[in-house]
Design a protein around this ligand. Structure first.
Ligand code: SAH
Length: 449
């Protein structure tokens, strides 16, 4: 087999990237935008020693799980993986992926609860759109997969419709006011990203502009245009300064130009203040289901709960009514400010929030003889530091550890480490926090043996 060959292929599996998997002479071929059950003529794009990559030349027989894509930015935009696949099938693919990761990488086989899926439309409460000029045209949308080319996306179906409307208004504002737009290669131009956040329950909206500079010309006009879309719900407009030559979207410094600089939502009955730099779960309704499961696994009643990687404190706060004490640890200072504010907002007096690295802070706790009864971890994709797992399993030795993860492979890797330290992965539940995309959220309950 070589580049540009056309080969007949039966698709026998589907990856989280939404690629079909076929086999030719024992070699695995990944076919873009295919799905299990398709029979296709594949156009081979690249052959490596252990696999090959292809695109569909022709579909000979479509899979029963294939559906008509209804987004004009798919697959170029790189956000969704599954728009050509029925949502029920997507859920099964994700569920199986989690199971396989836990088994193959983690060498654990917990009781796996059926995956939970909700709506596939408009579920996100946050969008960060890169802004760029491409071939003389203003583009606001998303980065194409594996690149920094901005693809226009006027109607992203994962976002609330009003975000798309606001993007169009922002385009007009830029063009009519001759505002310069960031050019990554030259590190010149002002506007890098526009970023919206919506509090689902209260409806409050925050708009944040990430700038390669410190001032926005015609600021008042910008606010008026945003108000014309969001009306009274616009509670906050913020400038974020990011003057570095970096891929990171947000800089460290923010300036509020309208409202309070934050919005307030309600999650699991708890009022939460959210600032531009704080992490907040992007899918509100699914987050509530996830947190409920976290409480079920943690059994926090009357216990001291350590909530590591706590963001604005939301998981711990959702258990503060029943727990004896909640201690949250998080590395971003603004998120810890929000967490402390949220504790006050809800009149919780049994919570403490500490700004610091999870692994180091846990070590300090141990040295100071602070021992939680239950530990919850919710790390970023790269998972937990091995030192942290050691501190938890060898020093704290809680009966239960609850691990919330947005990457099944690093979760599985960490479950294996816990297993070696006598913690059994007893149960796992999967939540489709990010329908149509390759991402999936998993929570596991680890018990001391
Ligand atoms: N549990 C929260 C946030 C989870 S996202 C929620 O459900 O909303 C992961 C969080 O880990 C982010 O807020 C991130 O800022 C934080 N984080 C990343 N690295 C960290 C580290 N080394 N120590 C502590 N927190 C960290």
């Amino acid at each position: 087999m070589k580049k540009n060959d056309l080969v007949n292929l039966e698709i026998i599996d589907t990856t989280l990237q939404g690629a079909g998997v076929g086999k030719i002479d024992g070699l695995t071929v990944f076919v873009d935008s295919a799905v299990t059950g398709d029979i296709v003529v594949a156009h081979i794009l690249k052959v490596k020693s252990n696999c090959a990559f292809a695109k569909i030349h022709e579909i000979i027989m479509p899979s029963n799980d294939r559906i008509e894509n209804n987004c004009k930015s798919f697959p170029q935009c790189g956000g969704c993986s599954f728009r050509h696949i029925d949502y029920k099938k997507e859920l099964l693919i994700k569920e199986l992926n989690v199971k396989n990761n836990l088994k193959r990488i983690g060498t654990v086989e917990p009781e796996l609860e059926p995956i939970v899926g909700l709506t596939e439309q408009g579920y996100r409460n946050k969008a960060q759109y890169p802004v760029a000029f491409d071939n003389g045209q203003l583009k606001i949308g998303f980065f194409a997969g594996h690149s920094h080319r901005v693809v226009d996306c006027d109607e992203c179906q994962l976002q609330p419709a009003e975000f798309s409307e606001a993007v169009l208004k922002f385009k007009e504002f830029i063009l009519e006011n001759n505002i310069s737009v960031y050019n990554e290669a030259e590190h010149k131009g002002l506007v890098r990203h526009i970023y919206f956040r919506k509090a689902n329950v209260t409806g409050e909206i925050m708009v944040c502009l990430c700038l390669n500079g410190k001032e926005l010309p015609n600021q008042a006009e910008f606010i008026r245009r945003m108000q014309s879309v969001f009306g009274e719900n616009l509670k906050s407009a913020v400038l974020n300064f990011n003057l570095d030559k970096t891929n990171v979207i947000m800089g460290q410094e923010c300036k509020t130009i309208y409202g309070d600089g934050f919005i307030t939502d309600i999650l699991c009955g708890v009022k939460v203040r959210i600032s531009p730099l704080s992490f907040y779960q992007v899918n509100h309704d699914m987050a509530e289901k996830l947190y409920k499961k976290a409480a079920e696994y943690a059994e926090p009643n009357g216990k001291t709960v350590l909530d590591l990687y706590c963001g604005a404190g939301t998981i711990g706060l959702s258990m503060a009514n029943s727990a004896k004490k909640i201690i949250g640890v998080e590395i971003i200072p603004e998120a810890i400010e929000d967490a402390k504010h949220n504790a006050e907002l809800n009149s919780f007096t049994n919570v403490d929030f500490i700004c610091g690295d999870a692994a180091n802070t846990a070590k300090d706790f141990n040295e100071n003889n602070i021992k939680p009864d239950v530990v919850i971890v919710d790390p970023p994709r790269k998972g937990c530091e091995i030192e942290l797992i050691r501190t938890i399993a060898e020093d704290f030795k809680p009966d239960r550890v609850v691990y919330v993860s947005c990457d099944p492979s690093t979760l599985a890797r960490d479950c294996k480490v816990f297993k070696e330290l006598n913690y059994k992965t007893v149960k796992a539940a999967t939540f489709d926090m990010f329908p149509r995309t390759r991402h999936v959220e998993t929570i596991v309950c680890l018990c001391k043996q």
